[in-house]
Design a protein around this ligand. Structure first.
Ligand SMILES: Nc1ncnc2c1ncn2[C@@H]1O[C@H](COP(=O)(O)OP(=O)(O)O)[C@@H](O)[C@H]1O
Ligand SMILES: [Mg+2]
Length: 258
């Protein structure tokens, strides 16, 4: 019985994705080996894997920033070719324009797409409010904390009206307290503005807290080692026995520290 509140339509389908890099001496490094996965529309999928296993490489391919060596990725049945505003990225270190305000940073994508000022500022204001930064529209990045910058990054990604949000360890650099808060916030935002999310992390607890499903990557070259459907109700409690059990089970399958 399907109990998760997600679409039944497949949004993304990765088929036999391989990726290798060749250095200047001709030495080849295989990073992704035969990745197959399907992501349902509006699903919150977490990719969990150790450092250097190929998670960013995989997201870059999903974003269309790099081609796979072989295999294909379909979005709504169409192959991904090159970057598109349909696929928004949120990075570990949010690169905001330091000389632009929060409003200007968030409205940048729509501006580049030629959306008139009034319309793009309304859109930006909506997402700035959604991420909890109403009142900071005129602030500059240096006036914001790490967590607030990350919120701006999320608002900026949403302001492009992406169908898919790709999040690459977005909370990896935050202190533990802010990280818990942002994990909670990202779900609140997602519940209000549903999108298909692929969220990458190396943190088991974060993965169990966030995901509808976890896809576990092995060490490099990454293969899909296991998949877990997390059907615990949200908001999840980090100390719930079922949460801890799942965390323990996943830990037993990985080289990741608890
Ligand atoms: N452009 C590149 N050229 C050569 N090697 C790369 C390139 N990008 C990533 N790699 C290698 O691929 C492996 C996986 O990197 P990455 O995808 O960044 O891992 P993760 O995000 O899981 O930490 C690393 O060994 C890295 O050195
Ligand atoms: Mg990475």
């Amino acid at each position: 019985m399907e109990t998760r509140n997600i679409g039944i339509k497949d949004k993304i389908c990765c088929k036999h994705v391989f990726k290798s890099f060749t250095d200047l001496n001709g030495n080849m490094t295989e990073v992704l080996r035969d990745i197959n996965l399907t992501v349902a529309e509006n699903e919150f999928l977490v990719i969990l894997g150790p450092g250097q296993c190929g998670k960013t490489t995989f997201l870059n391919i999903m974003a269309g920033l790099e081609p796979p060596t072989s295999g294909e990725i379909l979005l709504d049945g169409e192959p991904i070719e090159g970057p598109s505003p349909k696929r928004g990225m949120v990075f570990q270190r949010i690169a905001l324009f330091p000389w632009k305000t929060v409003m200007e940073n968030v409205a940048m994508g729509p501006k580049l797409r030629g959306i008139p000022k009034k319309e793009r500022e309304e859109k930006a204001a909506y997402y700035i409010k959604l991420v909890g930064l109403a009142g900071f529209e005129k602030a500059y990045p240096h006036q914001l904390s790490g967590g607030m910058k990350q919120r701006v990054g999320i608002a900026r990604a949403y302001a492009n009206d992406p169908e898919v949000l790709l999040m690459d360890e977005p909370f990896g650099h935050l202190d533990a307290q802010t990280r818990y808060q942002m994990e909670h916030e990202v779900l609140r935002i997602w519940e209000q503005a549903r999108r298909t999310v692929i969220f990458v992390t190396n943190n088991i607890e974060e993965a169990v807290y966030l995901g509808d499903r976890i896809v576990l990557f092995s060490r490099c070259p990454a293969t899909v080692k296991a998949e877990y459907i997390i059907d615990l109700p949200r908001p999840r409690q980090y100390t719930d026995p079922k949460f801890l059990e799942l965390r323990q089970e996943i830990a037993g399958k990985t080289d990741l520290a608890l």
